[in-house]
Design a protein around this ligand. Structure first.
Ligand code: GCB
Length: 595
């Protein structure tokens, strides 16, 4: 809850990391979209930023200058430059940008009916990877991390007419970045998510949490931002006639707890209630579900009852067209397929997905694993890499802390053992626990062989998470599918286990016998041997095979088979279901381990 000092510390560690501003959420009533066509300039040499000695330019592209006389030499012009659609990655919009990694400048003009007494924030749903933002030629700030929202206050700068926002977006990969140089997904660049101006009163509800503490009891907190921090705050759930009023302290914070007979949210019953919070002149209103999630030994309990997480992994890849998914329709298609598969759970890999996904998961009834892109080999000893990961974690939680669907925050995927890595991840776990005690914490870990038929899960990180995640590829990277028949699993911790990845690749429509690699029949065979093996693991509390739909990856080039796609999807990127889809569907529809 102590957002400002915390942000300040982070910004000291990782100087360029953060917009030192609250992540203003879209639940605020008045929001004006800046989505649509933005002019752009491709700038691989960063001409708009540095001079020829690589010194910062005082009059860079951010000034959006026009020649004043006919003799003036200005070598760029946003207004006669082409446009890109926002939200949208640049790689999928222009052939020349398919493999582009570097800087692109974006510009959008707008008018705004300025009102006295209100505050304005410019909010970006996400920019991959780093963004520098100017309004009317004045720098607002910078942000690092490609998958989380950020905002800047623009109250002072906005005029009635002729405003222009300029964004320098840069998706160059780097060793110290999060994620780092190597991933198995496409490095889609640009303003991949919506941009909006959010209007608030002078003092507004910066952040709040409303959760089910136990049956019949709601608890939470609010945090105000502005000149009048001591206010009465009311929280109400009109449908059940429940309401409380509390007073904030001089830091603008208040905690509350009150009785409310809400019916709990679950995948079978994804009940959401309109919740209204008012403080001073500000009101937010959103639909929130109420549930509890905890562990007991090797079980996961949803609303106090054991639940088996029947899941699937998903990348934020757009169905039917290429590129990043970003709309409500994309979310409905992807999560609709997960429902059809028989899932009650999805792992949103390997970074926070756009907010339509968690909103849709709330309303369709799917539990969610949400993660930050601490993937493979991060610079564990670099303090600014740590500050960056911590900031992404903080922003992920700030955006989705009121989504009932999100039951697991994951810190990392397949990271190599070592002390620096353990300290790094323990730090992230501490932060996640501190800022949100209403979810379980996990990480997708690796396993090792004790002997040819015994798999061991004993990563020391296991001691610090609530739920163990483990990726394994028996039958694909690891032996034949039949190898699964004799493998036994040992787990060093008395905790629930989710097999967070497994699978094999096949392009849709590539048929042959089940011994022939890359065929749908081979992929189906992997699943047929995995399922009985998994069913023998007593502490297994869930699974999320890899992956719902094929996705683009620069690592996957095999012509005619992969063509820059990881083909482990159960569904092709054109929506065609492969044979393995039906194997998993049959298992999920018939299996009931919730006891
Ligand atoms: C993994 C990674 C995932 C890859 C997948 C694969 O273990 O976690 O990002 O895409 O394997 O297909 O190899």
């Amino acid at each position: 809850m102590h957002r400002l000092p915390f942000t300040f510390v982070l910004c000291l560690i990782g100087a360029r990391l953060c917009a030192q501003e609250p992540v203003v959420n879209t639940s605020h009533g008045h929001s004006t979209s800046l989505d649509g066509a933005w002019n752009f300039i491709i700038d691989p040499y960063e001409n708009g930023y540095y001079d020829y000695r690589r010194q910062p330019l005082p009059d860079g592209f951010f000034k959006n200058e026009k020649p004043r006389t006919k003799s003036d030499r200005v070598e760029y012009d946003f207004d006669t430059s082409p446009t890109l659609s926002v939200p949208g990655d640049w790689n999928s919009q222009l052939k020349e940008l398919f493999l582009y990694e570097g800087t692109i400048w974006y510009k959008k003009s707008f008018d705004y009916p300025v009102k006295n007494g209100t505050r304005l924030f410019l909010r970006f749903g996400a920019v991959n990877y780093s963004a520098v933002v100017w309004l009317n030629g004045e720098k607002l700030g910078e942000h690092t991390g490609g998958f989380t929202p950020f905002s800047f206050e623009i109250t002072r700068q906005v005029k009635e007419r002729g405003n222009f926002v300029v964004v320098k977006a840069d998706n160059k990969r780097c060793l110290e970045c999060v994620p780092t140089l190597i991933t198995d997904w496409w490095n889609y660049g640009g303003l991949t998510r919506s941009v909006a101006i959010i209007e608030t009163p002078g003092t507004f509800l910066e952040d709040y949490a409303v959760h089910l503490k136990k049956a019949g009891e709601i608890s939470g907190w609010v945090k105000l931002n502005g000149p009048r921090l001591q206010e009465r705050v009311s929280v109400e759930i009109p449908e059940v006639n429940a309401r409380i009023s509390v007073q904030t302290d001089d830091s603008g914070s208040a905690r509350f707890a009150f009785r409310a007979e809400v019916s709990p949210w679950s995948p079978d019953h994804p009940r959401l209630y309109r919740v209204r919070i008012s403080a001073g002149g500000d009101t937010v209103s959103e639909k929130i579900g109420f549930r509890t999630i905890e562990t007991e030994g090797t079980k996961i309990l949803l609303n106090g009852r054991p639940v088996f997480l029947k899941g699937i992994c998903i990348h934020e890849e757009a169905p039917f067209r290429s590129g990043r998914a970003n709309s409500r329709e994309d979310a409905l298609t992807l999560l609709g397929w997960a429902k059809e598969l028989g899932c009650n759970f999805v792992r949103l890999a390997h970074y926070p997905h756009n907010e339509q996904m968690t909103l849709m998961a709330d309303s369709l009834g799917l539990m969610v694993w949400s993660e930050i892109p601490v993937y493979w080999t991060i610079q564990w000893e670099n303090p600014s890499t740590y500050a960056n990961a911590l900031n992404q974690l903080r922003e992920m939680i700030a955006r989705d802390r009121n989504r009932a669907s999100v039951v697991l925050w994951s810190m990392a995927n397949e990271t190599p053992l070592g002390d620096a890595r353990l300290q790094f991840l323990k730090g992230l776990l501490r932060e996640a626990r501190h800022s949100d005690s209403t979810r379980l914490l996990t990480a997708a870990m690796e396993r090792r062989y004790l002997d040819r038929t015994t798999e061991m899960i004993d990563d020391p990180l296991g001691e610090f998470v609530d739920v163990l995640g483990c990726n394994e590829y028996i039958g694909w990277y690891d032996g034949t599918p039949e190898k699964a028949d004799s493998v036994q699993w040992k787990v060093a911790f008395n905790k629930p286990l989710i097999m967070s990845e497994l699978g094999g690749e096949a392009p849709y429509g590539n048929h042959g016998d089940s011994l022939t690699i890359w065929t749908e029949e081979f992929q189906e065979r992997v699943y047929r041997h995995q399922i009985p093996m998994l069913s023998r693991i007593p502490s297994l509390s869930g699974m999320s095979p890899w992956i719902l739909m094929d996705f683009r990856s620069p690592r996957r080039q095999l012509p005619g088979i992969q063509d820059f796609h990881n083909r482990k999807g159960l569904i092709s990127d054109r929506g065609q279901k492969k044979k393995a889809f039906y194997v998993l569907q049959e298992f999920y529809k018939s299996f009931n381990k919730d006891h």
